[in-house]
Design a protein around this ligand. Structure first.
Ligand SMILES: Cc1cc2nc3c(=O)[nH]c(=O)nc-3n(C[C@H](O)[C@H](O)[C@H](O)COP(=O)(O)O)c2cc1C
Length: 427
């Protein structure tokens, strides 16, 4: 256990933030998206999500971004994803939204399409801008996708808009496009994954056409006053992937188009920089540089540079741990909102302490199984933390010391069974 630091003052973290469209976040602390895998095997929301978000909202946090919610039930990222395609689940979605809004927290639904980044055996067929295979050591887990047709692309764009409209109807406070971490939007932005030569690829402008089309369709369906944000990579940290210059240009284009909040992250499941691990070209991993650790946040330098030209509110996620680090980053002017993820999965009350200028007694540690291939991929951490947040959803205490190997084995069995059940239910 870490002793709580002395209160830091002034506490910029506690200051409300007015977004460009006039909606207000009660403070500058946000829970970033963490996939809960708490949907049913046929992908409906469940009351456990209501319990989880009620608990998180009670911590005093300003914004809760949900884990990724899929816009197409034929394209899941993992078993237990919630899918929103139509208004079938409105009663439960309303309860989920109210779990946060009744307590003064904003709640935005993160909308996603996995593209190729979906485990083997879950979906019948995966698509991507181009039929590019995964890195050889990951090909056992992920299939090579087919190249999306023009009709498939236009259908997905429309689906993002429709899902956002249902979220608005259900009483959620906003939506966030998942444009980061190697999923479909990020695949379109990447010169490595997007090798098209038609109107959707071949130049930076054409690669960003998909994300701009998704944003425009959402805006068309939700109107001007509903907050629409996006999570984007500062860079993919992958050979041939999107670099920082192209990412900054995309952010500027989205800012001009009217986006309300840009969340900066980085990496993909082939190079998981979002959790502080940077894979080199061979896929070997390294821990973050000492200078990054000292400044806590992984993508702060990028945000500082971006801030020079982008006036839209910025949120930065990845590595934030202490109240002093968060307040210092906000005071630097580089960002407007601090995003935290893993800490919320082991300490759902962390925001209460952080907003008082104190630290959580829990520490976010690197989770390892001892199996090198597994420990190199971000999937391991995700599985471990998912189990923790599922305990909160069940009204149980978290287990910050649970063994990585045990959690991995349990998650593999659960995920294999989940994929089987999902396929059976669709048969
Ligand atoms: C269990 C788990 C699930 C995650 N699911 C998502 C997700 O659905 N969408 C997303 O954008 N990021 C997801 N992430 C990444 C986090 O939002 C965040 O970017 C990352 O954990 C770094 O922040 P942290 O250092 O505060 O944990 C997930 C991370 C974890 C640990």
């Amino acid at each position: 256990m870490k002793p709580p630091h002395a209160a830091h003052s002034p506490q910029t973290l506690t200051r409300p933030l007015t977004l460009p469209n006039g909606s207000v976040l009660r403070n500058r602390l946000a829970k970033s998206a963490m996939s809960e895998a708490l949907g049913t095997y046929d992908n409906h929301a469940t009351p456990r999500l209501v319990t989880l978000y009620r608990r998180w909202a009670a911590s005093g946090i300003g914004l809760l971004v949900t884990g990724n919610v899929m816009v197409d039930r034929r394209a899941l990222g993992e078993p237990g994803n919630v899918v929103i395609e139509d208004d079938t689940d409105l009663p439960l979605l309303r309860q989920w939204a109210r779990a946060a809004t009744d307590q003064g927290a904003a709640i935005w639904v993160q909308l996603n399409h996995p593209g190729k980044q979906s485990p083997k055996g879950l979906n019948r067929r995966n698509l991507s801008p181009s039929a590019v295979p995964f890195r050889p050591d990951l090909q056992a887990f992920f299939d090579t996708p087919h190249e999306a047709t023009e009709a498939e692309i236009l259908d997905i764009v429309q689906r993002f808009g429709r899902s956002a409209a249902v979220c608005k109807q259900a009483g959620f406070s906003g939506v966030q496009i998942h444009g980061a971490h190697g999923y479909l939007v990020s695949q379109f932005l990447s010169p490595h994954h997007n090798q098209r030569t038609d109107g959707w690829g071949g130049s930076p402008e054409k690669r960003r056409r998909f994300v701009l089309a998704v944003y425009a369709e959402i805006r068309r369906q939700v109107g001007p006053d509903f907050p629409v944000g996006i999570k984007l990579n500062s860079a993919d940290f992958q050979r041939g992937g999107m670099d920082e210059a192209e990412s900054a240009d995309t952010m500027r284009a989205l800012a001009e188009a009217g986006i309300d909040l840009i969340e900066v992250s980085g990496g993909t499941y082939e190079a998981p920089a979002m959790t502080g691990v940077k894979a080199d070209k061979s896929g070997a991993s390294a821990t973050p540089k000492a200078s990054t650790v000292a400044r806590e946040a992984y993508f702060l330098t990028f945000a500082e540079q971006l801030r020079q030209t982008v006036k839209v509110p910025l949120m930065v996620t990845g590595g934030f741990r202490t109240a002093a680090g968060m307040n210092a980053a906000l005071d630097s002017g580089a960002l407007d909102v601090v995003g935290i993820a893993r800490l919320m999965a082991i300490d759902p009350d962390a925001p209460a302490a952080l907003l008082r200028g104190q630290n959580s007694p829990q520490e976010v540690a690197r989770i390892r199984t001892g199996i090198p291939l597994v420990d190199r991929a971000a999937m391991m951490e995700v599985m471990w933390y998912t189990r923790q947040l599922q305990r909160i959803a069940a009204g149980r205490p978290t287990r910050p010391r649970e063994s990585g190997l045990w959690a991995f084995l349990a998650a593999v069995v659960h995920s294999g069974w989940g994929s089987f059940r999902t396929r059976r239910l669709r048969a």
